[in-house]
Design a binder for this molecule. Structure first.
Ligand code: SF4
Length: 340
């Protein structure tokens, strides 16, 4: 269905200036390498995509970051500005040292901003300052997310304190479940309520983590994010309906179909209810297999339904159907599993 990959994935730097205990970057990429802005501009102009996703470990640590951001803000591809995103959280300590970086990130059109809060609760004033710099730069707190490693050395109760502080700040959380770099498999099943053991996936019992605590923390983060996105500004509390709405919203986002109809449309209309079921099936399968939605959402609803049916039938026959495959480069932080 056409050339669906609308973005370019790249690194502006490799390695990292830090040595966090849970991260494999500094072991896998001991040498640091920084692209210059000229090198990056040449690459982006050659690839000519209007969206760029950086897989840098620590984007702000690049010694050329200022000129990179300034040049990105002026870059035009096909006569249009370029949107940027960083797959990793920004190192907020660097932002704190140089708050101007917040403004430069905004000018360079970085979206879905995340900062990292991987260490103890005692860093909360620092985190507050970092969020403040980003909001001064023009980002809304509810659109900022805080990366947090859990199932590692910080115990559950302290993670809960961090979560509560994010509530106060009005920011979302991107939770990353730790597993050791050397782990060769991970059979964590998010559908289970509890009952998996260390035989299924890595549980950091040394710091008191259990299967139950891991699932409870995940659930709390999910509910927190839904509350921030849909309820907080309206003075409402989280409720289950919002969770349903959030899932529908994400499904529509996956197919690039804009805002979904009202929730009761899905409850009252058998056509919409059936369509949503098929969309969810295709989305789940495509997400698992790293496949993009291939512009399906641009079809008329009638053609869209036909395409969904064909794809689901093909799953049945072939196990999986592949159209446009986005294969991101391996990331040394892959020992951390983000599940938000
Ligand atoms: S977690 Fe981030 S800051 Fe820490 S070593 Fe890894 S890449 Fe660097």
């Amino acid at each position: 269905m056409g050339n669906e990959i609308d973005h370019h994935v790249t690194h502006a730097m490799r390695g990292c200036i830090r040595k966090c205990a849970f991260c494999g970057t500094w072991k896998i990429e001991p040498q640091r390498h920084y692209k210059t802005s000229e090198e990056l501009q040449k690459e982006l102009k050659t690839i000519a995509k209007n969206k760029v996703i950086f897989f840098d470990n620590n984007f702000l640590a690049n010694t050329n970051v200022k000129s990179i951001l300034e040049d990105l803000s002026n870059l035009k591809i096909n006569g249009k500005a370029v949107l940027c995103e960083s797959q990793s959280g920004f190192d907020g300590r660097l932002l704190e040292r140089n708050p101007e970086l917040g403004t430069l990130l905004r000018k360079a059109r970085f979206q879905n901003i995340r900062i990292a809060w991987d260490n103890s609760f005692s860093d909360y004033l620092s985190i507050k300052k970092q969020i403040n710099y980003l909001t001064i730069a023009g980002y809304k707190a509810k659109d900022i997310s805080v990366f947090m490693v859990y199932n590692f050395d910080i115990p559950y109760a302290e993670m809960q304190k961090k979560l509560n502080y994010c509530k106060k700040l009005g920011v979302q959380i991107t939770d990353c479940r730790y597993r050791p770099l050397e782990a060769i498999d991970d059979n964590y099943n998010p559908q289970k309520i509890e009952g998996q053991t260390e035989n299924d996936y890595y549980i950091h019992s040394k710091a008191g983590w259990t299967d139950k605590k891991i699932r409870t923390f995940r659930k709390k983060v999910r509910e927190h994010n839904i509350w921030i996105r849909y309820a907080k500004d309206k003075g409402l509390f989280y409720d289950k309906k919002m969770e349903k709405w959030s899932a529908i919203h994400n499904t529509f986002k996956f197919f690039k179909m804009g805002r979904p109809p009202k929730l009761d449309t899905f409850e009252k209309s058998p056509t919409w209810s059936k369509r949503l079921k098929m969309m969810t099936m295709v989305k789940n399968k495509y997400t698992k297999d790293n496949i993009s939605s291939s512009g399906l959402g641009n079809l008329t609803l009638g053609r869209f339904d036909e395409e969904l049916k064909k794809i689901i039938n093909a799953f049945g026959k072939n196990g999986k159907k592949k159209t446009s495959i986005i294969t991101p480069p391996p990331h040394p932080k892959s020992a951390l599993l983000g599940e938000s």
